[in-house]
Design a protein around this ligand. Structure first.
Ligand SMILES: *Cc1c(COP(=O)(O)O)cnc(C)c1O
Length: 379
């Protein structure tokens, strides 16, 4: 049906900037956490406008350490949307706490503040707010509820580097915030993550526990400033970032604003094309938001989603689904069952949902190819 090559669902934008920096790193002989990691953390903290930025090897590790840093553990309940990547809930189980799934708002597809309060019990300790697709969760309402019930808020900003909520960057709203630099994310280090906070206590905990729980600056121990002596103050984890990853991150961060600008252009092109198509529901962006457009999800009406995905693939266009609700996975059904009839919006959205390709490298011609395919399949 087409004479074109396969258009992948996502592709990272890396060029000679990253390649040269990685080469320099390899040639220097210092591969693990060192000067480039420190520089990347400083640049990231400055970009977000937050006191501390601590790099780790994934957003999952950042979320895990965030829960531990806030003392969440056995006997505690943590409120989390089912409509997110499974990492957000898995880490709750890793610390021995119980994930309690909360429905999403039908417009933003983020955790619904009005559904949160109904799920709060004496055991509830924290809320995980996911900024889905780069659209910020309703932090104002969530913060009010958290204050009232003395809950910790942890932000899963895996999609939301560069997102602004009410004029301020995500990461500056007073909570511990976790970012992902996984290969498909808005900026990448291959694998990697960052945790930001204004709390010295949280920052110290994370700095220590990402590296075996050994005393400060242990990473220096093979450099001239370092010493062979160190103490272990807790049985920490091993999830620090390496200089090879940070070499990429330094340049990805410098390009982030351009990435978001190009993503925004593509989104406008899509949204304009689908405006009058009743079969394609697109998400809207409120005025008080600077969306980073990590994903472009659409909701189908009167068109079978699974068949649509098969047909798009046949037309050589990669699509995906973000996300399969966590409460429907067999492990979660068995050990953390959600009563039937709850999570109505999550269920309804999931069965209509498809994410279209969206990345800075896409040309307008490629975007138009996607538009044409979607239009043909939804006639
Ligand atoms: C990608 C993703 C994560 C996990 O990120 P990693 O860096 O791969 O650990 C967590 N939450 C959400 C919403 C994600 O999309």
């Amino acid at each position: 049906m087409t004479d074109t090559t396969f258009l992948p669902f996502c592709q990272a934008s890396l060029n000679k900037d990253e390649i040269n920096e990685v080469r320099e790193c390899l040639e220097s002989g210092w591969l693990t956490m060192g000067r480039k990691v420190i520089q990347f953390e400083q640049d990231f903290a400055k970009y977000v406008g937050v006191k501390y930025a601590l790099s780790v090897n994934s957003c999952t590790a950042a979320l895990h350490l965030a829960l531990l840093a806030h003392g969440i553990g056995p006997g505690d309940e943590v409120l989390v949307p089912s409509f997110t990547f499974v990492a957000t809930a898995n880490v709750i189980i890793h610390v021995g706490a119980k994930p309690v799934f909360v429905d999403i708002n039908r417009q933003s597809l983020n955790i619904d503040p009005s559904a949160i309060e109904k799920k709060i019990t004496k055991k509830t300790k924290a809320i995980m707010a996911v900024h889905y697709a780069g659209m910020p969760a309703d932090l104002k309402a969530i913060t009010q509820i958290a204050k009232k019930h003395k809950l910790i808020v942890i932000e899963d900003a895996a999609h939301a580097v560069g997102t602004m909520y009410r004029g301020k960057q995500i990461g500056t709203h007073g909570n511990t915030t976790c970012y992902s630099f996984y290969a498909t994310k808005t900026m990448t280090t291959g694998e990697g993550g960052m945790l930001t906070t204004n709390s010295k206590k949280v920052a110290d905990f994370v700095a220590r526990n990402r590296l075996h729980g050994i005393s400060k600056d242990a990473w220096k121990r093979y450099s001239k400033e370092g010493t062979w002596k160190y103490d272990v103050v807790s049985p920490g984890y091993k999830c620090n970032m390496t200089d090879v990853q940070a070499a990429m991150g330094l340049h990805q961060l410098r390009k982030l604003e351009n990435f978001i600008a190009r993503r925004t252009e593509i989104v406008h092109r899509y949204t304009t094309a689908f405006k009058d198509n009743p079969a394609v529901e697109v998400l809207t962006t409120p005025d008080y938001v600077r969306h980073s457009y990590h994903l472009y999800p659409i909701l189908l009406h009167g068109v079978d989603r699974d068949q649509f995905i098969i047909d798009m693939t046949k037309m050589d266009i990669g699509v995906s689904v973000h996300f399969i609700p966590i409460h429907t996975f067999s492990y979660y059904k068995k050990y953390f069952p959600t009563p039937k009839g709850q999570l109505k919006n999550t269920q309804d959205v999931f069965k209509r949902l498809v994410s279209l390709p969206l990345y800075p490298k896409m040309t307008n011609k490629e975007v138009d190819r996607v538009i044409k395919a979607v239009t043909t399949l939804t006639k």
